[in-house]
Ligand binder design. Structure first.
Ligand code: 2P0
Length: 325
């Protein structure tokens, strides 16, 4: 177990606020090797989404309260229980009651990594509110306990989350790659903003337990991260795109092999992926990736931005290295 002194719960100010970007995994995390410590089975690598994410505020309240986008969340709900169970695991049960408010400019629970930016923003706000001054490594460990992908949301650019093999997670590590890439673009195509029917947590559990190709996925996913790091180092966009698309499709293939089958894509999702493949045959170099939901994210370079806008007029385009953090 990490040797961590108990976190103080004495407020250092009246209120604290923090923003955290969301992120899209180019090499996905799918499956846990320890559900209590929330340790991933495989490493992952993401790109930060700049101004898309969550702002969180925290202050002392008369009872615990969670507001999401101005709406109070029921104390029996899964979101409320998940959040305050995580906070209890960090602060213990004698902590003061907290009033937490989050605003996200991305749909919640629709596979656009809203839990990553929500847990990341709340952790950053708590770090400021309680004056912890935690280093990046501890912040990543605490974020991961709330949500695996949140550990990748704490910094910007390309972020590598190394799964490690230690049973207590001591060698879980998050590394921000030094490379920046100003021409790099991410596009989001919303197929549905509805909440996904199976949470990532339940979907991962089902996949680990029942997919006959899960072992192959873990080995392949590690290899993808190694290859992706090399491709980013030499700015080989074709390689980055090919790994991104194939990694996502392999993850979905692994999910589809579950019993019962786990299908997050909708017909429209596949239609977009096929259109992206068709665009490539016309020289427009875009690649698709899909998380635990039906929405599609594209990666492409600035030179193809205009063509992407024409092919997908509703595409929300992000310049990860040009937006303010
Ligand atoms: C990822 N996803 O790497 C993968 C790809 C979705 C598909 O991480 O259970 O909310 O909180 O650790 O981080 C979404 O799952 O899962 C996710 P928990 P999380 O982005």
């Amino acid at each position: 177990m990490l040797n961590i002194a108990p976190l103080s719960y004495t407020a250092s100010k009246e209120k604290a606020e923090a923003f955290c970007s969301s992120n899209i995994a180019l090499c996905k995390y799918w499956g846990k090797r320890d559900e209590v410590l929330n340790l991933p089975t495989n490493s992952s690598l993401s790109i930060s989404l700049g101004k898309l994410g969550t702002r969180a505020s925290i202050c002392i309240g008369e009872s615990d309260m969670l507001m999401i986008g101005g709406k109070p969340i029921a104390t029996q709900s899964a979101e409320y229980t998940r959040l305050f169970t995580w906070i209890n695991s960090l602060l213990g049960n004698n902590r003061p009651c907290l009033y937490i408010h989050t605003f996200s400019n991305i749909p919640i629970g629709a596979g656009v990594a809203s839990s990553a930016s929500s847990f990341g923003a709340i952790l950053k706000a708590m770090n400021s509110f309680f004056g912890w001054q935690l280093n990046d490594s501890l912040l990543a460990h605490f974020a991961r306990l709330g949500s695996g992908s949140a550990a990748r949301s704490l910094s910007r650019g390309f972020v590598y989350a190394k799964a490690g093999i230690d049973s207590n997670g001591v060698d879980f590590n998050v590394i921000t790659l030094p490379q920046t890439w100003s021409e790099f673009r991410v596009g989001i195509l919303y197929v549905s903003r509805a909440k996904k029917p199976v949470s990532s947590r339940d979907g991962m559990k089902l996949t680990v337990q029942t997919s006959p190709t899960y072992k192959g996925w873990v080995e392949y996913a590690e290899n993808c991260c190694d290859e992706m790091i090399k491709a980013i180092q030499v700015k080989d966009f074709t390689k980055v795109g090919e790994i991104t698309e194939r990694n996502a499709l392999t993850m979905h293939g692994t999910m589809m092999g579950c019993s019962p089958p786990l299908i997050y894509m909708l017909p429209k999702t596949l239609e977009i992926i096929q259109k992206v493949q068709q665009l490539r045959s016309q020289g427009i170099e875009a690649y698709a990736t899909v998380d635990a939901g039906p929405n599609v994210k594209l990666v492409f370079l600035k030179k193809d931005e205009q063509s992407i806008k024409e092919s997908f007029p509703t595409c929300e385009i992000i310049s990860p290295f040009e937006s303010a953090f």
